[in-house]
Design a protein around this ligand. Sequence first.
Ligand code: NAD
Length: 269
Amino acid sequence: MGTYAITGAASGIGAATKARLEADGHRVIGVDLRDSDVDADLSTPEGRAEAVAGIAAAADGSLDGFVPFAGLAAATGRPGSQMVSVNYFGAVEVLEGVRPLLAAAEHPSAVLVSSNSTTCQPNWPVELAELCLAGDEAAAREVADADPLGSYPAAKAALAYYARTKSVAAEWIGQGIRLNAIAPGLIETPMTAAGRTDPLTAEGMKMYPLPIGRGGNPAEIAGLTAFLLGPESTYFVGSVLFCDGGTDALLRAKDWPAAWELDLSAFRA
Ligand code: NAD
């Protein structure tokens, strides 16, 4: 049985994943603002360092898997900078901090938590996603404050790009660590319940198309995450798995796969 660390473990999808992994017989180190094995505020570099130290102290030398679920949705009065610091930098800095622990495990796997808002919410600032990926938190926070609503999908896109670009590199799959991402759609958690009553997001959530006819259950995302962490997904590297009741397929049916051009003449010479 494995040892896993999960941030955002006190609520919603993180709590459901912790419960699922524990029911499967694994040990889970939960990280959250409070009421967890490791209490830390992931909006700050100091809090992220505390989280890494706390996980290391509890992990006993190696970690079979890591999933940073801690996150904030757009909400009235919430600065975009706070969202980007928790959702992107709070995920990636802790992920990179626990990488040596992952590398010490036999079949390690990490899963980043993106979102189908990346493909289903229009007009988000691509520049913000690029600043995140470049690791420039100060500049990213500035751009995010100018567009709080767009900063949620932009930071989530950056997490998907991180999984796509870094998973294939020497420090990840080269060390045997599989890195993938999930992109959940509308899942019924305290986050979405709050969004339904917030004037900033209520209208958008009402018109959000759900071909399956309902929001998702946190246990459905926990099952997908447990699969990506476990021994049946060992050929998944750099995948971004949408799990959204059909929203992305409805809105962006043919955006991917897409044809691409390559000049083959150089290979034929
Ligand atoms: P939730 O609000 O139920 O749980 C989020 C958790 O993150 C909470 O326990 C909270 O305390 C923790 N957190 C927030 N700020 C923190 C900080 N500064 N430091 C440490 N912990 C902090 O939300 P959820 O719906 O379960 O979402 C979990 C993840 O899934 C988030 O990253 C969210 O963006 C993502 N997601 C959710 C949905 C959805 O529809 N619910 C869809 C796509 C992606």
